[in-house]
Ligand binder design. Structure first.
Ligand code: ADP
Ligand code: MG
Length: 316
């Protein structure tokens, strides 16, 4: 199967036609008609086998996660998903692998209303680069530089599930099979919080998605906003599966390990009720507050600082 047959078979018809896509896969460029008057939000993320996912991860999960982590960036900006491109480097054109990959990718793309409009296919070590395009009305994007002293620091969903899922995969699973499955799904198929991100436009002062770990990701918001924060470790939200399966001595480290793709938001206290309503079924938990003094302080239940704060994931 040559490159063009591969593109036709797996990718050309992956997502249904959309009005805003004037010309999709098959020409030198895609032609798009973005919503008039809105800003285009663009983000790229690469996933490399052995680095971002274990080599033996199922192809459908690799695809799902590759798109999910990109959608998560749109969510963190309050942008509406619109179109994406896929640059795929493959060691071989394996039919079973490509079928699984296309299935996982198509599933999340269709559910998110985002169209695959182009890409590139090359032969090499397995890596997946996705670029997502979204749209957001001017002045409504959830930027990193808007946090203000007194804002509540909130997180969506629960933290630590993906890290515990990975640990279970690496050193053996223990616990109820339903818990193991739940944690594994949180690792392999994170849910991008796009609906919450869009609903929080105009409510949150600042937002970031939690990919590398809460403290490290929040620090980016603090740097951009020239502010500090106090986080109460005991308030970090955990799932029931996490509470049952995680070693209490490891909890804080796992909850700060990232890969959950929840949103971290800074919002004025008066907006908390509206923000919770905007998030619907998705829990929104207050974990701390923004301070005028710079620095990020992690506190235990007695209010004492936790000195050996766990670090976030860094590539270099
Ligand atoms: P060019 O040589 O002009 O860059 P290509 O031969 O790389 O074009 O690709 C042909 C068409 O197929 C283009 O429209 C491109 O966007 C699309 N395409 C290539 N690879 C992928 C892929 N993995 N997923 C989606 N579309 C792809
Ligand atoms: Mg090309």
């Amino acid at each position: 199967m040559d490159e063009f047959a591969l593109i036709r078979r797996y990718f050309a018809d992956l997502t249904p036609p959309q009005e805003s896509v004037v010309l999709g896969i098959g020409d030198d460029c895609a032609l798009l008609a973005p919503p008039p008057g809105e800003l285009l939000a663009i983000s790229t993320d690469t996933l490399i086998a052995g680095r971002h996912f274990p080599q033996r991860t199922a192809a459908a999960d690799v695809a799902y996660k590759s798109l999910a982590v990109n959608l998560s960036d749109l969510a963190a900006m309050g942008a509406k998903p619109y179109a994406f491109t896929l640059a795929l480097s493959l060691p071989q054109a394996d039919d079973a692998w490509l079928s699984g990959f296309a299935e996982g990718l198509g599933q999340l793309a269709r559910a998110s209303g985002i169209a695959l409009v182009g890409g590139d296919t090359t032969n090499g070590a397995l890596s997946i680069t996705i670029t997502v395009l979204g749209s957001v009305p001017p002045n409504q994007a959830l930027r990193r530089d808007g946090a203000r002293p007194g804002d509540l620091v909130c997180v969506t969903g629960t933290l630590g599930d993906a890290a515990l899922g990975l640990q279970q995969q690496q050193i053996g699973e223990s616990g109820d099979p339903a818990d193991v499955r739940f944690l594994r799904a949180r690792l392999d198929r994170p849910t991008p919080r796009c609906a919450a991100g869009m609903a929080l436009r105009g409510l949150a002062h600042a937002a970031i998605d939690i990919s590398d770990g809460l403290l490290g990701d929040l620090q980016h918001v603090l740097d951009a906003s020239a502010a500090g924060a106090e986080i109460e470790a005991a308030t970090l939200p955990m799932s029931q599966a996490f509470a049952r399966c995680a070693d209490p001595a490891q909890r804080l480290r796992l909850q700060n390990s990232g890969d959950d793709y929840e949103l971290c938001l800074c919002l004025p206290p008066a907006a908390l009720d509206s923000a919770r309503w905007a998030c619907g079924e998705l829990p929104l938990t207050v974990v701390g507050r923004i301070t005028a003094e710079r620095g990020l302080l992690l506190k235990d239940e007695s209010g004492a600082p936790i000195v050996a704060a766990p670090g976030s994931y860094r590539h270099f």
